[in-house]
Design a protein. Structure first.
Ligand SMILES: Nc1nc2c(ncn2[C@@H]2O[C@H](COP(=O)(O)OP(=O)(O)OP(=O)(O)O)[C@@H](O)[C@H]2O)c(=O)[nH]1
Ligand SMILES: C[S@@+](CC[C@H](N)C(=O)[O-])C[C@H]1O[C@@H](n2cnc3c(N)ncnc32)[C@H](O)[C@@H]1O
Ligand code: SF4
Ligand SMILES: [Mg+2]
Lengths: 600, 384
């Protein structure tokens, strides 16, 4: 239990890869929170997939103790947040639990799209912001230019920005001092008032069940307390309370201003709602906290097991993953082409990849992923409205009055020399330019774009046309009507439902042609020639022909070769179980995703 | 009741594992050695023949084949010792075929008379190419001129002489192949084997190819055109394509290889040799130790070197199918059904017939188009 004046709670925010997790490492290290021999790089990124990709996906909380230059020891609760736009809601949510932010900016890159987005969120959360210029060890670092940029673009004073290298440790003591001196202590908090705590996050632990991360506003939380979640109404007995150092460490109690965890034998993450208010069952607080906006999935796709026999295992795996991640949704789906699977909703493409990777790796299930799609609003002629998650479910056009699609506001920052290509890309993707300004030698443009043009490969394309220099952030801005149609793909005259997609009528020919060309490369030659067509309704708008295989025969086959050839055929027999047959044609699984990638 | 192997007859394969040098494309079990103890090899083959004959019991032997490696490096005495043992071991068919694979060097040609005297009545010569640039690229030690000379000597010595060519080589055009094939057909007696170059893993070509080298190999379309041209020109010359890569005047087919393709029984002797032997109505696959030194050693220590594996009906049916479909005469579907316990999928047969891959009729026969796509046809037939 620490008095409020000696507590500092803050989040570390930045654009992707600007060094948040590395800075967290140094803070942990310099305060001796973890023994030197137990240190590892980006130690808070504990999931396999985080370590492998070198990115943060889940926000993490750590308590460190810092004996400051003023002779007092402070308790610092830091939250390391993810940088990727898919997980922006984690950043916003973390900010609600703390009073200040360290805004890390890579001094070789400068202000990027997520830097801006984070600043706006921090300002909305009423945060004190300390700018930290990182990577000054690199020769390409330009701290002065970046300082200027921060003042110009963001409008915050960067006079006292900390200049650091999270890698070498230069400047870290200044960061610690700045935290204590410049970030505010928690404002209010009455130890004797009824318990009022914010549920900041909840995660699933294989051994302990659901662990809740909480920020205490008023009152005291102890082991043995009977608590109530004010929104969900759930009542639980607290088995344990503690803090992360970063290992889970039991404490006797958590008091006002403190951040820690509680464990109360909650079964599923879904039983809790982040942003909920936790209070004592017997002596509740009067008013609940305002809560957070729930995260909503925006990208949908079908996931099917390559081997149809894996369906039940896949169901188990998805349910287990959902225990840990309330932000992804799933429901069963059947496809004429792919059999049984699930239609899943994600926060974005990275989130999709993460879930798919985990299913494949942790549960050993090979998956076919269908084209990502968004939720359309369908308005039928008889005045009804419904959501369309899957192009395959599109009813006959004659019954449809009009269709609305989700739009986003995209902010893109890019060096001037690549601006032309970036604008071209946005234009091609049906973007409407809303703003274009120059800030510190970089262009910043804001576009109103249809989400469906962005979900698939926009980010990759943006990176490639800007040689990696453009950065991108987006938020949803609502629905708007447009001339949208369902484009079907026919392989050997049979429609393949899993390849169907919604497109803008004006872009249909171009997309159709690109799809047919790609499929022609991806489908192996068969014994017969295969027409590949794109069609809208009954009308073919693009067509390619995959010519027939010409030669596939073993030149020599004598007495010793019978065994070898037999084994080969037996292997193919086993492999065939995993292949998907569409009429007479076999389509390799990677085709479902690769066919959608547009190169130009 | 007759046993299934009798549909194909009975042959003996003798593997001679030695060559003068290793060709870069070759994945046969062939090795280079400074010294070969011919007497020891002869004794080993003879002992093996006696042991196998004791297992099979008396059966009419239709053919003997000396393959390699380079059997024309065998001393005529070694060949003689083997054939003498063969005559003691099994009753011989009246038209017993005895083939020896020969390389077309001058040294080898000198031994042809000795082979003929020992009982060899057919020679299959590895000429491979009819131009010197390509022979060098294929790593061959002989020139076209030497090959032609050796071939003439062989013709004088043996009634039946065949030769092998490898085509679809680096930088070879359809036009090049047409003129080379025309020359080959002028040389040919009554049998020709023509193999499209296959890049085998584990060979020098295989390694080069895997590293992105070995440029100028014809693509699928050109190889297919070359194959078609080969069938057409051979057909016009009266050499029928009785097997995927083999052409003969009717009656001049390799009887030994027909034993394989008709899925008969064959005893395989020598390093790495495979056999198919029916004992008490049960068909077995045998496979001998590959390394020549170990093969000899196993024989002297354990009296044998090969493994035995029982083939069940399904496996036999599959092997019979994939060998038999290579032939112009195809297979009898009833034979497949009897071995397999169930017939081939009639839908697959219908589909393939409709596509023009199989000929309609009681026997299962690949059309010329089906033959070039045989692997795909077989997949379709057996993989449901
Ligand atoms: N040279 C140098 N490299 C650094 C420094 N700080 C971080 N890095 C490197 O930058 C990369 C990204 O660092 P992270 O700490 O994972 O960045 P992050 O902001 O947490 O990234 P996300 O969580 O994915 O948003 C890593 O390769 C770090 O080693 C620094 O001060 N100097
Ligand atoms: C056992 S080898 C011939 C034996 C003999 N040593 C010779 O080289 O003349 C049988 C035949 O297979 C063919 N052959 C071997 N390797 C081949 C390959 N990789 N591709 C195509 N044909 C091949 C050659 O035509 C060769 O003559
Ligand atoms: S092709 Fe013939 S000579 Fe060349 S290595 Fe193979 S077996 Fe020996
Ligand atoms: Mg990180």
């Amino acid at each position: 239990m620490t008095d409020l004046a000696h507590i500092r709670n803050f989040s570390i925010v930045a654009h992707i890869d600007h060094g948040k997790s590395t800075l967290a490492d140094r803070l942990i290290q310099l305060t001796g929170t973890v023994a030197e021999r137990d240190m590892q790089e980006q130690m808070l990124d504990s999931m396999d997939i985080e370590r492998e990709r070198g990115i943060t996906i889940k926000a993490n909380t750590v308590r460190i103790e810092y004996p400051a230059q003023d002779g007092e020891t402070y308790v610092l609760n830091l939250i390391d947040t993810p940088g990727h736009v898919d997980f922006a809601y984690e950043v916003a949510r973390s900010m609600h639990a703390v009073e200040g932010s360290l805004l890390v900016v890579d001094a070789t890159q400068g202000v990027e799209a997520q830097t801006l987005a984070n600043v706006y969120t921090a300002i909305a959360a009423d945060h004190e912001i300390v700018p930290v210029l990182n990577k000054v060890d690199l020769p390409a670092a330009e701290p002065d230019r970046v300082k200027e940029q921060i003042e110009d673009v963001i409008g915050i004073d960067s006079q006292d920005a900390c200049l650091i290298s999270a890698k070498t440790g230069v400047g870290i003591p200044d960061v610690l001092e700045a935290i204590v001196k410049r970030l505010p202590a928690p404002k209010e908090g009455d130890r004797n008032a009824p318990l009022k705590a914010m549920l900041v996050d909840s995660k699933y632990d294989q051994y302990l069940g659901v662990i809740c991360i909480v920020r205490i506003i008023d009152g005291v939380l102890k082991k043995g307390d009977r608590i109530r979640m004010m929104k969900t109404g759930g009542i639980y007995d607290v088995d344990d309370v503690g803090v992360y150092r970063p290992a889970m460490t039991h404490v006797k109690e958590l008091g006002p201003g403190e951040i820690g965890y509680l464990n109360a034998s909650i079964k599923q993450v879904r039983d809790t709602r982040v942003g909920d208010t936790i209070t004592h069952e017997k002596k509740p607080c009067e008013k609940a906290l305002p809560g957070f906006k729930p995260s909503v999935p925006v990208v949908f796709c079908g996931l099917f097991p390559v081997d149809a026999n894996d369906f039940e295992d896949m169901r188990d795996a998805i349910e287990k993953l959902a225990l840990n991640d309330a932000s992804f949704t799933f429901e069963m789906e059947t496809s004429a082409a792919l059999g049984f699977g699930f239609r899943c909703g994600f926060l974005g493409l990275l989130h999709l990849e993460v879930i798919r990777d985990r299913l494949e790796r942790e549960y050993n299930i090979e998956l076919i992923t269908t084209a990502p799609s968004v939720i359309y609003h369908l308005f039928t002629k008889d005045g009804e409205q419904r959501d369309l998650h899957n192009p395959a479910d599109m009813p006959d056009m004659s019954t449809v009055d009009h269709i609305e699609e989700p739009r986003i506001k995209a902010t893109i920052m890019v060096p001037d020399e690549f601006l032309g290509d970036v604008l071209k890309l946005c234009q091609e993707r049906r973007g409407i330019q809303m703003d274009l300004t120059y800030v510190g030698g970089r262009a910043m443009t804001v576009y109103d774009l249809p989400l469906n043009e962005v979900v698939f490969d926009f980010y990759d394309r943006l990176k490639s046309v800007s040689r990696g220099y453009a950065s991108f952030d987006y938020e949803m801005i609502g629905y708007r009507e447009d001339n949208l149609v369902k484009m079907s793909i026919l392989v050997n005259d049979e429609p393949v439902d899993a390849l169907a997609m919604m497109v803008h009528r004006d872009r249909a020919e171009m997309r159709g042609r690109a799809m047919c060309e790609k499929l022609k490369e991806l489908i192996p030659r068969h014994m017969f020639k295969i027409p590949i067509q794109a069609a809208i309704g009954g009308k073919v708008i693009a067509r390619e022909t995959l010519s027939a295989m010409r030669k596939d025969v073993t030149a020599k086959c004598y007495g010793g070769d019978a065994t070898r050839k037999k084994k080969l055929l037996e292997k193919q027999k086993a492999g065939k179980k995993k292949m998907r047959q569409f009429g007479k044609v076999e389509i390799p699984q990677e085709a479902f995703i690769s066919a959608l990638k547009m190169d130009g | 009741m007759a046993e299934d192997w009798q549909n194909g007859g009975f042959g003996l394969y003798i593997h001679w594992p030695w060559c003068q040098s290793k060709c870069p494309y070759c994945d046969f079990n062939s090795h280079v050695a400074a010294f070969i103890d011919q007497d020891r090899w002869a004794a080993a083959y003879v002992a093996e023949i006696e042991r196998m004959a004791a297992l099979t019991g008396p059966r009419v032997l239709n053919s003997v084949f000396f393959g390699g490696g380079t059997p024309s490096l065998m001393a005529p005495e070694t060949v003689d010792a083997v054939l003498t043992a063969v005559r003691r071991a099994w009753p011989l068919a009246n038209d017993l075929e005895v083939t020896l694979e020969a390389n077309p060097g001058s040294v080898e040609a000198g031994r042809f008379r000795g082979y003929a005297q020992a009982g060899v009545n057919r020679v299959s010569m590895g000429i491979q190419a009819l131009n010197n640039r390509d022979l060098r690229r294929l790593g061959r030690l002989h020139s076209v001129e030497e090959a032609r000379a050796a071939f003439d000597i062989a013709r004088a010595q043996f009634d039946r002489v065949s030769f092998d060519l490898i085509y679809a080589r680096q930088d070879q055009t359809l036009h090049d192949w047409r003129s080379e094939l025309t020359e080959a057909l002028e040389m040919a007696v009554d049998h020709l084997s023509m193999y499209q170059l296959t890049i085998e893993p584990g060979t020098a070509f295989g390694d080069r190819f895997a590293r992105g080298g070995l440029h100028g190999l014809p693509d699928e379309d050109i190889s297919a055109d070359m194959y078609d041209l080969t069938q057409d020109l051979c057909g016009e010359a009266g050499l029928l394509n009785y097997e995927v890569s083999n052409h003969a005047r009717p009656g001049a087919e390799s009887r030994h290889n027909l034993v394989y393709w008709r899925y008969g029984d064959y005893v395989g002797i020598g390093p790495g040799a495979h056999g198919r032997v029916t004992l008490d109505g049960v068909k077995h696959a045998t496979e001998a130790e590959r390394i020549p030194g170990k093969w000899l050693e196993n024989l002297s220590i354990h009296g044998k070197s090969e493994s035995w594996e029982v083939l069940d009906g399904t496996e036999q049916a599959l092997e019979m199918l994939l060998m038999g479909m290579r032939l112009g005469e195809g297979i009898d579907p009833a034979r497949f059904a009897a071995l397999n316990g169930a017939p081939l999928n009639p839908n697959a047969i219908d589909r393939l017939t409709e596509m023009g891959m199989l000929k309609p009729g009681p026997r299962l026969i690949a059309t010329q188009q089906g033959r070039v796509l045989l692997n795909a046809v077989l997949r379709e037939l057996v993989v449901e």
